[in-house]
Design a protein around this ligand. Structure first.
Ligand code: GLN
Length: 203
């Protein structure tokens, strides 16, 4: 794999720009992915935050859902934040009628598990595998999901460490897939994106 991989950000709905900026400072070249041709041109993909049910509908309308599943199944590394985590989950609690996902992560996620927009919050999180792991990462949670259950092939890399939601799983990874309930792209801290770039380089 190239030392500066090209990483696409799925740009059909949600917070695209922030991920592009984060990739810029994490050793990758970021680019928008809206079409099959653009998907075929990237080494890896980020699925951003937004609204998973809308993203799913648009992905199917634009005939991107099957290509996304095929790319994932053939080993393309993917990272999903918040709604992106829901898109990468094999099972969704609280899905709207007929909601589908790209899948691939053997996890069950619960949508809006921390509550609605007014219950958005920030908290320090310890994340396994990032640079300076003992230095807490600022986790920003906005109508975020949490992981209800993770299968054996899935490594839990982050949990809430205190407060009413202590112990909730908010970060997971497998060989090629990674997902966070929170939004690392909304901080100036590149360590989660750096970890993904490293996964892409090693893939
Ligand atoms: N609650 C949203 C969903 O279910 C995710 C919110 C977010 O991405 N900030 O898709």
């Amino acid at each position: 794999m190239l030392s500066v991989p090209t990483i696409g950000v799925l740009a059909i709905q949600g917070g695209v720009r922030e991920h592009l900026l984060a990739l810029d400072i994490s050793g990758a070249r970021g680019t928008l992915v809206k079409t099959l041709g653009e998907l075929n041109g990237v080494d890896a993909l980020i699925i951003p935050g937004g609204e998973s049910s809308t993203m799913d509908k648009l992905a199917r309308t634009f005939e991107l859902m099957e290509p996304l599943r095929e790319a994932r199944a053939s080993g393309m590394p993917m990272f999903g934040s918040c709604a992106g985590m829901i898109m990468l989950a094999d099972r969704i609690v609280g899905a709207i009628e007929g909601q589908e996902s790209v899948g691939g992560l053997d996890i069950t996620v619960e949508r809006n598990a921390f509550g609605g927009q007014t219950q958005s919050f920030e908290t320090g999180i310890v994340i396994d595998g990032i640079r300076d792991p003992e230095h807490e990462f600022e986790g920003i949670f906005i109508r975020a999901p949490w992981v209800v259950a993770a299968g054996e092939s899935t490594e839990v890399i982050a949990k809430i460490s205190s407060g009413p939601h202590e112990g909730r799983i908010v970060g997971v990874r497998s060989d090629t897939l990674m997902a966070t309930s929170f939004h690392p792209e909304l901080t100036a801290d590149p360590r989660v994106h750096e970890l993904f770039v490293e996964m892409v380089r090693n893939s």
